[in-house]
Design a protein around this ligand. Sequence first.
Ligand code: GSH
Length: 230
Amino acid sequence: MALKLIIGNKNYSSWSMRPWMAMKVANIPFEETVISLDASNFKHVVGAVSGTGKVPVLIDGDVSVWESLAILEYLAEKFPDAALWPADSAARAVARAISNEMHAGFLPLRRHMPMNMWRPVKERELTPEAEANVKRVETIWTDCRARFGAQVQSPFLFGRYGAADAMYAPVVARFQTYGVRVGKVSRGYMEAVMALPAWREWYAAAIKESWILPEDEVDWPTVLKEDVRT
Ligand SMILES: N[C@@H](CCC(=O)N[C@@H](CS)C(=O)NCC(=O)O)C(=O)O
């Protein structure tokens, strides 16, 4: 039975993008169901497969997995040949640490620069907290590229695109959309990610979506309840 991935709008749902990118790049076959975050039956549909009522959700027969990082772990176990985590245990520990760091943190960055692929590229002034998050992401990318990526001539964080890269995919989108000024290593990494056919497929679908919220100068938390798109 085919795996099913339930995701939100490609334009806005950054958490959905993470397992989707990992599965696409690793050639793991799946069927996707897109449900708009503003659909009146969103909670009903998603709530039937996940107690959190949030996307993404992976369905594998009787098994339902929620939380983007748990989905990536499930996939890594089910498809060992996809090598979603690095083979080397030291590299794997770092990959897991930075993935957890992304999953649990970077709230100022996520709130200040919600993923919005439709938005024309335009620089946004950073709050000090968002700026600190940007610096931390740059440190992570630069460190991983130097220690694990560059050694094997791969443009990705750990030698091949994997779970950690997928966890940072929406950050690439945010840095691009909000014109964040980054260093050479980060820019090179972003270009490599955005050149992936999987990225282009997601982006092409995202900008065709019809649910477009008002431009971004609005106070988002009053438009949507907090966290809906982060
Ligand atoms: N920690 C969760 C976050 C999931 C999440 O917040 N998803 C958003 C869309 S990106 C959602 O479903 N929001 C709907 C809502 O909160 O009602 C994960 O990693 O999957």
